[in-house]
Write a protein that binds this ligand. Structure first.
Ligand code: GRF
Length: 226
Protein backbone atom coordinates (compact mmCIF):
# COMPACT_ATOMS: atom_id res chain seq x y z
CA UNK A 1 0.00 0.00 0.00
CA UNK A 2 1.33 3.45 -0.85
CA UNK A 3 2.16 5.50 2.22
CA UNK A 4 -0.19 8.27 1.09
CA UNK A 5 -3.11 5.83 1.04
CA UNK A 6 -2.76 4.92 4.71
CA UNK A 7 -5.77 6.16 6.69
CA UNK A 8 -4.87 8.67 9.41
CA UNK A 9 -5.98 6.36 12.20
CA UNK A 10 -3.59 3.59 11.18
CA UNK A 11 -0.19 3.29 12.83
CA UNK A 12 2.40 4.63 10.42
CA UNK A 13 5.28 2.37 11.36
CA UNK A 14 6.73 -0.71 9.65
CA UNK A 15 5.73 -1.40 6.05
CA UNK A 16 3.31 1.53 5.88
CA UNK A 17 6.18 4.01 5.93
CA UNK A 18 8.49 2.19 3.53
CA UNK A 19 8.87 5.22 1.23
CA UNK A 20 8.57 7.96 3.82
CA UNK A 21 11.36 9.94 5.43
CA UNK A 22 11.82 8.56 8.91
CA UNK A 23 11.67 10.88 11.90
CA UNK A 24 12.63 9.95 15.45
CA UNK A 25 11.47 12.36 18.16
CA UNK A 26 12.93 12.67 21.66
CA UNK A 27 10.75 14.20 24.39
CA UNK A 28 10.81 14.74 28.13
CA UNK A 29 7.48 16.35 28.88
CA UNK A 30 4.17 17.61 27.60
CA UNK A 31 4.89 16.93 23.94
CA UNK A 32 2.93 19.71 22.23
CA UNK A 33 5.75 20.13 19.69
CA UNK A 34 5.66 16.38 19.10
CA UNK A 35 1.91 16.68 18.54
CA UNK A 36 2.48 19.35 15.90
CA UNK A 37 4.89 16.98 14.17
CA UNK A 38 2.51 14.05 14.41
CA UNK A 39 -0.28 16.19 12.95
CA UNK A 40 1.94 17.22 10.04
CA UNK A 41 3.38 13.82 9.30
CA UNK A 42 0.03 12.03 9.35
CA UNK A 43 -1.34 14.33 6.66
CA UNK A 44 -1.80 12.28 3.51
CA UNK A 45 1.16 12.66 1.19
CA UNK A 46 3.41 14.25 3.83
CA UNK A 47 6.22 11.91 2.80
CA UNK A 48 7.34 11.70 6.42
CA UNK A 49 6.55 9.44 9.32
CA UNK A 50 7.40 9.60 12.98
CA UNK A 51 8.69 6.05 13.49
CA UNK A 52 9.76 6.27 17.12
CA UNK A 53 9.21 8.55 20.10
CA UNK A 54 11.68 8.07 22.92
CA UNK A 55 11.73 9.73 26.33
CA UNK A 56 14.12 9.92 29.26
CA UNK A 57 11.30 9.36 31.74
CA UNK A 58 8.27 7.07 31.63
CA UNK A 59 5.87 9.82 32.75
CA UNK A 60 6.50 12.07 29.74
CA UNK A 61 3.06 12.89 28.33
CA UNK A 62 4.57 12.88 24.85
CA UNK A 63 4.73 9.08 25.07
CA UNK A 64 0.96 8.97 25.46
CA UNK A 65 0.53 11.21 22.43
CA UNK A 66 2.74 8.83 20.43
CA UNK A 67 0.81 5.76 21.55
CA UNK A 68 -2.44 7.41 20.57
CA UNK A 69 -0.98 8.05 17.12
CA UNK A 70 0.11 4.40 16.85
CA UNK A 71 3.81 5.28 16.96
CA UNK A 72 6.36 3.04 18.69
CA UNK A 73 7.68 4.38 21.98
CA UNK A 74 10.69 3.70 24.19
CA UNK A 75 12.12 5.01 27.44
CA UNK A 76 15.83 5.29 28.20
CA UNK A 77 16.35 6.46 31.78
CA UNK A 78 19.67 8.03 32.78
CA UNK A 79 19.33 6.32 36.18
CA UNK A 80 19.62 2.91 34.48
CA UNK A 81 23.12 3.74 33.20
CA UNK A 82 26.33 4.18 35.17
CA UNK A 83 27.30 7.50 33.56
CA UNK A 84 26.34 9.98 30.87
CA UNK A 85 28.42 8.45 28.06
CA UNK A 86 26.71 5.07 28.53
CA UNK A 87 23.29 6.76 28.53
CA UNK A 88 24.27 8.50 25.28
CA UNK A 89 25.30 5.22 23.69
CA UNK A 90 22.16 3.38 24.78
CA UNK A 91 20.03 6.15 23.32
CA UNK A 92 22.17 6.23 20.18
CA UNK A 93 21.69 2.50 19.60
CA UNK A 94 17.94 2.74 20.13
CA UNK A 95 17.59 5.68 17.75
CA UNK A 96 19.95 4.23 15.14
CA UNK A 97 17.90 1.01 15.06
CA UNK A 98 14.95 3.11 13.86
CA UNK A 99 17.07 4.28 10.86
CA UNK A 100 16.13 7.97 11.11
CA UNK A 101 16.51 10.53 8.37
CA UNK A 102 15.93 13.22 11.00
CA UNK A 103 16.23 13.14 14.78
CA UNK A 104 14.13 15.82 16.40
CA UNK A 105 14.59 17.02 19.97
CA UNK A 106 11.16 18.34 20.92
CA UNK A 107 11.44 19.40 24.54
CA UNK A 108 14.10 16.80 25.37
CA UNK A 109 15.65 18.10 28.58
CA UNK A 110 18.94 16.17 28.55
CA UNK A 111 22.28 17.24 27.20
CA UNK A 112 23.35 14.81 24.49
CA UNK A 113 27.05 14.08 24.39
CA UNK A 114 29.34 13.33 21.43
CA UNK A 115 28.54 9.62 21.61
CA UNK A 116 25.04 10.45 20.44
CA UNK A 117 25.57 13.58 18.33
CA UNK A 118 28.34 12.11 16.16
CA UNK A 119 26.12 9.21 15.11
CA UNK A 120 23.69 11.51 13.27
CA UNK A 121 25.79 14.29 11.73
CA UNK A 122 23.70 17.17 10.37
CA UNK A 123 20.51 15.27 11.05
CA UNK A 124 19.56 16.40 14.57
CA UNK A 125 17.23 19.38 15.09
CA UNK A 126 16.40 21.08 18.37
CA UNK A 127 13.93 23.76 19.33
CA UNK A 128 14.83 26.17 22.10
CA UNK A 129 12.56 28.80 23.70
CA UNK A 130 14.78 31.86 23.28
CA UNK A 131 16.51 33.80 20.55
CA UNK A 132 19.89 32.08 20.75
CA UNK A 133 22.60 32.78 21.69
CA UNK A 134 20.65 34.54 24.47
CA UNK A 135 19.42 32.42 27.37
CA UNK A 136 20.80 28.97 26.66
CA UNK A 137 19.92 26.15 29.02
CA UNK A 138 16.89 24.74 30.76
CA UNK A 139 15.32 27.98 32.10
CA UNK A 140 15.38 30.21 29.04
CA UNK A 141 11.92 31.73 29.47
CA UNK A 142 12.34 32.40 33.20
CA UNK A 143 15.75 34.00 32.62
CA UNK A 144 14.50 36.17 29.76
CA UNK A 145 11.70 37.50 31.99
CA UNK A 146 14.08 38.05 34.89
CA UNK A 147 16.47 39.95 32.62
CA UNK A 148 13.64 42.24 31.57
CA UNK A 149 13.94 41.76 27.81
CA UNK A 150 11.20 43.26 25.66
CA UNK A 151 11.47 40.60 22.97
CA UNK A 152 12.36 36.94 23.17
CA UNK A 153 11.29 34.03 20.96
CA UNK A 154 12.38 30.63 19.76
CA UNK A 155 15.21 29.12 17.75
CA UNK A 156 15.13 25.96 15.67
CA UNK A 157 18.69 24.84 15.08
CA UNK A 158 20.88 21.94 14.08
CA UNK A 159 22.52 20.20 16.99
CA UNK A 160 26.28 20.08 17.44
CA UNK A 161 28.40 19.03 20.39
CA UNK A 162 27.80 22.24 22.37
CA UNK A 163 24.58 22.94 24.24
CA UNK A 164 22.03 25.12 22.37
CA UNK A 165 24.71 26.08 19.88
CA UNK A 166 24.46 24.54 16.40
CA UNK A 167 23.66 26.45 13.16
CA UNK A 168 20.37 28.37 13.33
CA UNK A 169 17.73 27.38 10.80
CA UNK A 170 14.75 29.48 11.98
CA UNK A 171 14.06 32.07 14.63
CA UNK A 172 10.86 33.84 15.53
CA UNK A 173 10.55 36.85 17.81
CA UNK A 174 7.87 36.97 20.50
CA UNK A 175 7.29 40.27 22.37
CA UNK A 176 7.08 40.15 26.14
CA UNK A 177 3.73 41.58 27.24
CA UNK A 178 2.91 43.45 30.46
CA UNK A 179 1.80 40.96 33.10
CA UNK A 180 3.49 37.97 31.45
CA UNK A 181 4.55 35.18 33.75
CA UNK A 182 6.74 32.26 32.69
CA UNK A 183 3.84 30.02 31.66
CA UNK A 184 2.01 32.65 29.64
CA UNK A 185 5.10 33.80 27.79
CA UNK A 186 6.28 30.23 27.21
CA UNK A 187 2.92 29.27 25.72
CA UNK A 188 3.15 32.10 23.15
CA UNK A 189 6.71 31.03 22.33
CA UNK A 190 5.59 27.42 21.94
CA UNK A 191 3.00 28.51 19.38
CA UNK A 192 5.91 29.67 17.23
CA UNK A 193 7.89 26.50 17.90
CA UNK A 194 4.95 24.37 16.82
CA UNK A 195 4.81 26.33 13.56
CA UNK A 196 8.53 26.23 12.78
CA UNK A 197 9.66 22.82 14.01
CA UNK A 198 7.53 20.71 11.61
CA UNK A 199 8.65 22.92 8.73
CA UNK A 200 12.30 22.52 9.71
CA UNK A 201 11.94 18.74 10.00
CA UNK A 202 10.36 18.58 6.56
CA UNK A 203 13.09 20.69 4.95
CA UNK A 204 15.87 18.67 6.55
CA UNK A 205 14.20 15.38 5.63
CA UNK A 206 13.88 16.53 2.02
CA UNK A 207 17.56 17.46 1.89
CA UNK A 208 16.70 21.15 1.47
CA UNK A 209 18.95 22.46 4.23
CA UNK A 210 22.48 23.52 3.34
CA UNK A 211 24.96 24.14 6.14
CA UNK A 212 28.16 26.11 5.68
CA UNK A 213 29.98 26.82 8.91
CA UNK A 214 27.49 28.45 11.25
CA UNK A 215 25.07 29.30 8.48
CA UNK A 216 22.10 27.02 7.78
CA UNK A 217 20.14 27.93 4.67
CA UNK A 218 17.05 26.61 2.99
CA UNK A 219 17.54 25.54 -0.59
CA UNK A 220 14.67 26.75 -2.80
CA UNK A 221 14.02 26.58 -6.53
CA UNK A 222 15.30 30.16 -6.74
CA UNK A 223 18.47 29.55 -4.74
CA UNK A 224 19.08 29.64 -1.01
CA UNK A 225 17.51 31.63 1.82
CA UNK A 226 19.50 34.27 3.68
C1 GRF B 1 9.64 23.85 24.30
O1 GRF B 1 9.49 25.22 24.60
C2 GRF B 1 11.07 23.52 23.99
O2 GRF B 1 11.74 24.52 23.32
C3 GRF B 1 11.64 23.38 25.38
O3 GRF B 1 10.66 22.67 26.08
C4 GRF B 1 9.38 22.99 25.52
C5 GRF B 1 8.71 21.70 25.18
O4 GRF B 1 7.34 21.85 25.05
N1 GRF B 1 12.94 22.77 25.37
P1 GRF B 1 6.44 20.60 24.63
O5 GRF B 1 6.82 19.44 25.54
O6 GRF B 1 6.70 20.30 23.19
O7 GRF B 1 5.02 21.06 24.86
Amino acid sequence: MAASAVPRTQPRTGEAVADDKRVVVLVSGHGSNLQALLDTTTEPGSGMAVVLVAADRPGAHGLERARRAGVDTAVVRPADHPDRPSFDLALRDLVAAARPDVVCLAGFMRILGPGFVRAFPGRILNTHPSLLPAFRGAHAVREALAYGVKVTGCTVHLVDEEVDHGPVLFQSAVPVEPGDDEDRLHERIKREERRLLPLAVRLLAEGRVRVEGRRAQVVTAEGVSR
